[in-house]
Design a protein around this ligand. Structure first.
Ligand code: TPP
Ligand code: SF4
Length: 324
């Protein structure tokens, strides 16, 4: 039986996930606190990301989950897919509720009203609930430096459950129902909001980007978030076959391509220090990522060239941050 003492892996060369069915039983926590039978679309990498996050967190957690795909697919009354305490909160206040839970649990522990053990409060929302409407609540929670508080953004790059409307996290050029491509528009006209760096600017102990195509890396980062004491912020790219217009069996591949092209670099910010486990000097061209995604089908050679230049420039900036 293969055993690994160090679960931290080189995200670019790790091939263990290619033989996932062989290795998963040995490497993964078998507990499924996000139960099967939820109603996510086939191939939804956001649901996969939630599973991995919960596997890494264990049982001693409470979750405040904003309206969004993961809430919609998991809680049709009278059913629930959540095997841990979970509360559905409004689109705008996942962070406020989760930080309130963290503060409340602390007081109850101090007063001896609940057992004196660590319980982590988790805020969860999509990119709409995080980078748009929930940003104010999130900023407040991070600024207040709550202990045992982790916020996870599941970024599928649009408002998916309401019908694929653009968010400020939708990438430049992507077509959505509110940023449609056509004769007068090339799709989304603004660049993706840099939410992880906004979180890092709050000087919190731990920030990381992750993707469920790299499950060991994602789980390791969640455990580091717990170990940091909090507050911690994880930004998880969550491929959405429905909104990205890709076949459902290619979710993992497109998550990897986002990382391998440098479009979505994986990095950490620990106590203000930027780190990348693997600096990706030989990035794949962005065109490999765009190819086959219906949301980018209309992009011209010129569009792709200018996006490539922007991706390269942003990646170089990130590299410099990791060298400081
Ligand atoms: C204040 C408010 N405005 C709008 C809505 C309608 N609404 C519910 S979920 C949602 C989009 C959620 O998008 P996101 O957070 O990115 O999550 P996803 O569904 O993509 O996972 C919207 C607009 C709402 N519930 N509350
Ligand atoms: S719309 Fe996208 S994110 Fe939402 S459940 Fe379907 S695949 Fe998952």
């Amino acid at each position: 039986m293969d055993t690994y003492t160090d679960t931290r892996v080189d995200t670019h060369t790790d091939t263990r996930t290619d033989t996932y069915s062989v290795f998963a039983p040995n490497l993964m926590n078998q507990v499924e606190n996000f139960a099967q039978g939820h109603r996510a679309c086939q191939g939804c990498a956001e649901a996969l990301a939630v599973r991995h996050v919960l596997k890494a967190l264990g049982d001693d957690i409470v979750i405040g989950n904003a309206t969004g795909c993961m809430e919609i697919v998991s809680s049709p009354l009278p059913l629930t897919a959540w095997r841990v305490p979970w509360i559905h909160v409004a689109f705008e206040n996942a962070a406020a509720v989760a930080s309130g839970m963290a503060a409340g649990l602390k007081v109850l522990r101090r007063k001896g009203r609940i057992p004196d053990k660590r319980v982590i409060s988790i805020g969860m929302a999509g990119d709409g609930g995080t980078s748009d409407i929930g940003l104010q609540a999130l900023s407040g929670a991070l600024e207040r430096q709550h202990e045992d508080f982790i916020y996870v953004c599941f970024d599928n790059e649009a408002y998916m459950n309401t019908g694929i409307q653009r968010s400020s996290s939708t990438p430049f050029g992507a077509t959505t129902t509110t940023s449609p491509s056509g004769k007068k528009s090339q799709g989304q006209s603004t660049w993706k909001k840099d939410m992880p760096k906004i979180a890092a600017a709050h000087n919190i102990p731990y920030v990381a980007t992750a993707c469920s195509s790299y499950p060991f890396d994602l789980q390791e980062k969640i455990r580091k978030a717990v170990d940091s004491g909090g507050p911690a912020y994880i930004h998880c790219l969550s491929v959405c076959p429905t909104g990205w217009r890709i076949p459902s069996h290619l979710s993992i591949k497109y998550g990897k391509l986002a990382v391998q092209t440098g479009i979505f670099p994986l990095y950490e910010v620990e106590d203000g220090v930027y780190r990348m486990k693997k600096k990706n000097a030989k990035r794949r061209p962005v065109t490999e990522y765009f190819k086959g995604q219906g949301r980018f089908r209309h992009l011209t050679e010129d569009d792709i060239q200018s996006i490539q230049e922007r991706v390269d420039a942003e990646y170089e900036k990130l590299l410099k941050l990791t060298e400081m």
